[in-house]
Design a protein around this ligand. Structure first.
Ligand SMILES: [Fe+2]
Length: 311
């Protein structure tokens, strides 16, 4: 028997809404919408959301939207701090043993970072950090070098801010694109990364304060490594000495991405060739890519931002 108009109750409203979406032609969209509605309704009923709380949520999302543009992405920050970004990462990147693990993309990537030569310095404007050389190779799962792999690198400067957060910084400071050489090697000249707080002047910051959480991320350098025929990996390398490794505000630390920054008091090797005065640090990290799996592969950084309309 057809339901009588106007008879919706808190017990049958969910089925009524689900039924309204049941004819969605795209099966994946149908699956997502039906599940979203069931979970949203269950959440609202479980906490018995008040009207004031509902309106507060609307205001929070509105503020997040107003704050977001091509330099700031408050929604990604919400996703990151709620752990959603890492759930998406974990279920989408069940890599075979040996492939470099991925982690959050974060809100600070920018398109069109400058191309840099082997050993190029992304931190030439950073006058307070300690120099660091990050070296390693890009390899396939059999340990063979991948020639010409693209490494898109970005990092906060020693102030703890990305260029996009600081109007006094030159655009594209602490960013660069590197290519692996004929032996799969790469070399990035930078400064030792520092821990930094995620932006806390918006609704994400308010949430962290209200819930007694700190905003700090352990020191890291971002990489997106890609090569023809391989699945790109979006990841970080983390400094093993950092005090926030166990409490990253965005839950992004994976054990395999932690590496040691070794301090040197005398110039040698690449540091000597590049004229780097001691003290400086070196870190080694090899990236291992797995073969592309066919049609649906990971979006690369540029595609992700373009999809967000932030290109
Ligand atoms: Fe970062």
């Amino acid at each position: 028997m057809a339901r009588q108009p106007g008879s919706t109750t808190e017990d049958d409203i969910t089925n009524e809404v689900v039924a309204r979406f049941a004819a969605t032609p795209d099966p994946r969209l149908r699956q997502i919408m039906l599940s979203l509605i069931r979970h949203l309704h269950a959440f609202v009923k479980e906490v018995e959301l008040t009207e004031a709380e509902w309106f507060s949520a609307i205001e929070i999302l509105t503020r997040a939207g107003h704050l977001s543009d091509d330099k700031r992405q408050e929604f990604i920050l919400f996703s990151d701090t709620l752990g959603v970004s890492m759930v998406v990462d974990l279920i989408n990147h069940r890599k075979p043993d040996g492939a470099t693990e991925s982690t959050v993309f974060g809100p600070f990537h920018r398109l069109n970072a400058p191309e840099m030569p082997y050993g190029g310095n992304i931190a030439h404007l950073d006058k307070t950090g300690t120099p660091a050389l990050i070296a390693g190779r890009v390899l396939d799962l059999d340990g063979r070098p991948i020639v010409g792999a693209l490494l898109d690198v970005w990092q906060a400067q020693t102030s703890g801010l990305y260029d996009s957060q600081d109007p006094n910084l030159a655009a594209m400071h602490m960013r660069g694109k590197f290519r692996s050489d004929a032996e799969g090697r790469y070399l990035v000249r930078t400064v030792r990364p520092v821990h930094y707080p995620i932006p806390s002047d918006g609704p994400v910051g308010a949430m962290l304060r209200a819930t007694g959480r700190h905003p700090w991320r352990p020191a890291h350098i971002h990489f997106v490594v890609s090569a023809e025929g391989y699945e790109p990996v979006t990841t970080h390398i983390f400094d093993s000495a950092d005090e926030y490794l166990a409490s990253d505000a965005v839950f992004a630390v994976k054990q395999s991405l932690i590496c040691d920054f070794e301090r040197h008091e005398a110039a040698e090797g690449a540091a000597l060739r590049l004229g780097i005065a001691p003290p400086y640090y070196t870190a080694r990290f090899d990236f291992c890519l797995k073969p592309a799996s066919g049609a649906a592969t990971v979006l690369d950084a540029q595609q992700r931002l373009a999809a967000l309309g932030a290109g």
